[in-house]
Design a protein around this ligand. Structure first.
Ligand code: UD2
Ligand code: MN
Length: 328
């Protein structure tokens, strides 16, 4: 997400999307009210199903179609993490889940880069756990917490997440997920495809359309093989911006294409926030982006160094705290 804020031109692009929104486009991408499900109703659906699990003997394959369409995501004011735990009785230590009455065909790890956003994390977990359970996935949630107060490095944390998650299981798919993005349509399947996927194709803050053609920020998904093919994510973007464009470039440079759900399915709400201390805009991002073509084979998962400080298996997620160093 570099272009949008720090170049004049894309601002114009967002603005004109804003105008479009008021017209035809808005009509096209709004979900129909009658199919809307509230997050709280999803929890109810799941608790009804929980009882029917007992006694099931032969397991058939799970469906790969989500029963959910558009979701009205919710942010209850007084929500506590304990309540989220209570609402997800089938999630086991470390944030793992697998359907009990069918065999899931897919195993997906969710990797969330994190520091100082506990409030957002609580709402993401509240919305994401039932969303994934209704997709009948075998899944695990990993929160990768950057220790200390050196400049934040989102992409490097994602590399750590990949390494640590792959130690636990041979996941079919890894979703790299901003902590503040809540999916708003159950048909946005958290599974991988033939090419890397950019799942957040329609975010509310951009008027539910792509802000620019090569935009790759927010939520994206790779199989382990695709991830290795792009040599993972860059380690050398410290601070805000550019790393998502670098990752998008890597996909193309390594001979693959980007897949996206339609803007009807790929809808997300971003929890509003102000810029974080310790994640100021990266002044080097333009230079780095110019060099992705030469750098991507040298900098990535193949030269990743970090110090694992702790791994706690919490009720709703695995909390991995790392020292990833600082800008050289
Ligand atoms: C945009 C992109 C994001 C990323 C970023 C530039 C969207 C919707 N998202 O996000 O994917 O490319 O630009 O780096 O366009 N975080 C923390 N603590 C911090 C700072 C960041 O946990 O102190 C994590 C958190 O998961 C957050 C993510 O990093 O969602 C991206 O940071 P942001 O939300 O501040 O940046 P934003 O919204 O401009
Ligand atoms: Mn954000």
């Amino acid at each position: 997400m570099t272009l949008l804020y720090y170049l004049g031109v894309p601002k114009v692009v967002t603005y004109s999307f804003g105008i479009l929104q008021k017209g035809v486009l808005k009509y096209l991408v709004q979900p129909s009210a009658q199919n809307l499900t509230f997050t709280e109703d999803i929890h109810d659906k799941l608790s009804l199903k929980a009882g029917s699990r007992e006694g099931s003997q032969t397991l058939t394959n799970c469906s790969i179609i989500s029963p959910l369409g558009p979701i009205r995501v919710q942010f209850p004011k007084s929500l506590t993490l304990e309540e989220v735990i209570r609402k997800n009785p089938d999630v086991t230590q470390g944030g793992l889940y697998k359907p009990l009455n069918c065999t899931s065909r897919k195993k997906t790890a969710i990797i969330i880069p994190h520091r100082n956003r506990e409030h957002h994390l609580k709402y993401l977990l509240y919305n994401l756990h039932p969303f994934l359970q209704l997709q009948q996935l075998n899944y695990g949630i990993y929160v990768i917490h950057q220790a200390g107060s050196f400049t934040f490095n989102r992409a490097k944390l994602m590399n750590v997440g990949f390494k640590e998650a792959m130690k636990d299981d041979d996941w079919d798919c890894l979703f790299f997920h901003d902590v503040d993005l809540i999916p708003e349509d159950g048909r946005n399947l958290y599974t991988c495809d033939r090419f890397p996927k950019h799942a957040s194709s329609a975010i509310d803050k951009f008027g539910y359309v792509l802000p620019y053609g090569s935009y790759f920020g927010g939520v994206c998904a790779f199989t382990p093989k695709q991830y290795m093919q792009i040599n993972g994510f860059p380690n050398n973007y410290w601070g805000w911006g550019g790393e998502d464009d670098d990752i998008g470039n890597r996909v193309v440079l390594s001979g693959m294409s980007v897949l996206r759900p339609s803007i009807v399915y790929g809808r997300y709400k971003m929890i509003q926030h102000s810029p974080d201390k310790g994640n100021e805009a990266n002044p080097e991002r333009w230079d780095l982006l110019d060099k992705t073509g030469q750098a991507w084979r040298q900098d990535g998962i193949n030269n990743l160094h970090y110090k694992l400080l702790s791994k706690e298996l919490l009720p709703l997620y695995a909390n991995i705290t790392v020292d990833i160093g600082f800008r050289p």
